[in-house]
Design a binder for this molecule. Structure first.
Ligand code: NAP
Length: 324
């Protein structure tokens, strides 16, 4: 029987798919949830894919000590995926920073105390390329760090860079061998209707909710590749102590809209045509290291975009179009 992996925030978009893949690959999984009700829903979801899956549920909140020590007991590895990823404006910065940063410290310290040998943290390119000036070629690698006090940094990016820094600090003098996976915007197929913020962007476009095309650009990665990166990182000794950016193409929102328009010509009137004012910053995350070391062959970003859209349509999660 393979190792027992603790997956925090196991109800999340990336985490549910990680839980299922770990089970498929023969691992045993203990998933943390914020309430027993959410744990029951996760069990039901997993049961709809697999009979008799070796899945345990543990209840613990990133803001409380209670439950973490019991959750860690007997685990061989930790995938720390829980962290708030809100869409829209954030009024109270601390509501995001406390679970992200104190939560990461709490979880990593509990793993250390429990003697868990390996930990993989879901960080982000938000911890790599923001709050710092961009550069002529626009390319950022794992050697780069976002500046949490830097100009223009979002509260979310601040939460991710401070949380990742905290994780490295906790293990600096011992504890689990840590790897971070730093995804760009995660898209791709969904396995349940409840979806996170990244999928919400495609849903808004398909639903005709965007008046203008945002002046924005980002790397895109398929959720299946993000899951593979976590598992490969856990399994490979050479990944210990390393950060890995996972990302396929860097695309402007205009290009994302063009892909959707090509794939769904009948929905053409839902998509905005006018580009919002503003300069588009090129902060291109390089995933060369993940390709070379972890052997990830990235799903093309365009496939991830269309897979997201198709899931949203199949699951009837696209609202009636707004007439334009
Ligand atoms: P998600 O679907 O919103 O999942 C977030 C998870 O964190 C949920 O399970 C949520 O639990 C849990 N969580 C939030 N606050 C918590 C708290 N106080 N205590 C315990 N659990 C808490 O987001 P996701 O997109 O899968 O993101 C998962 C991880 O990937 C996050 O660390 C995120 O920063 C990172 N990431 C995401 C992307 C992306 O584009 N999606 C890109 C880069 C990095 P509930 O279900 O109870 O709310």
């Amino acid at each position: 029987m393979k190792d027992l992996i603790l997956v925090t925030g196991s109800t999340g978009f990336i985490a549910t798919q990680t839980v299922l893949r770990l089970l498929d690959e023969g691992y045993r999984v203990r998933g943390t949830v914020r309430s027993q009700k959410k744990g029951d829903a996760l069990r039901k979801l997993v049961a709809s894919y697999r009979d008799d899956a070796p899945l345990e549920i543990a209840v613990a909140d990133l803001l409380e000590d209670e439950g973490w020590s019991a959750a860690m007991k007997g685990c061989d590895g930790l995938f720390h995926m829980a962290s708030p990823f809100p869409g829209g404006d954030i009024e109270d910065e601390d509501k995001l920073l406390a679970p992200a940063v104190e939560g990461t410290e709490r979880v990593l310290k509990a793993a250390k105390a429990a003697g868990i040998p390996r930990a993989v943290l879901t960080s982000s390119v938000a911890a790599v390329a923001y709050g710092v000036p961009t550069r002529p070629n626009g390319v950022f690698t794992e050697k780069d760090w976002s500046d949490p006090q830097g100009d223009g940094i979002s509260t979310y990016a601040k939460s991710k860079v401070l949380a990742e820094r905290k994780a490295w600090d906790v293990v600096a003098d011992g504890g689990p061998a840590l790897t971070t996976i730093n995804p760009s915007l995660v898209l791709g197929p969904m396995i349940e209707d409840d979806h996170g913020t990244s999928i919400g962007m495609i849903r808004s476009l398909l639903s005709g909710e965007m008046d203008k095309i945002p002046a924005a650009a980002f790397g895109i990665v398929d959720v299946r590749d993000v899951v593979s990166a976590h598992i490969k990182a856990f399994e490979m000794d050479s990944a210990k102590g390393e950060r890995f950016i996972v990302s396929d193409a860097f695309m402007t929102m205009e290009e994302v809209v063009a892909d959707l328009r090509n794939a769904y010509p009948s929905l053409s009137e839902h998509f905005p045509t006018e580009l919002e004012d503003g300069a588009i910053e090129h902060r291109v995350p390089s995933a060369k290291k993940a390709s070379e070391t972890l052997g990830i062959e990235f799903t093309p970003a365009s496939h991830a975009i269309v897979a997201t859209a198709q899931c949203l349509i199949d699951r009837k999660l696209v609202d009636a179009p707004v007439a334009r």
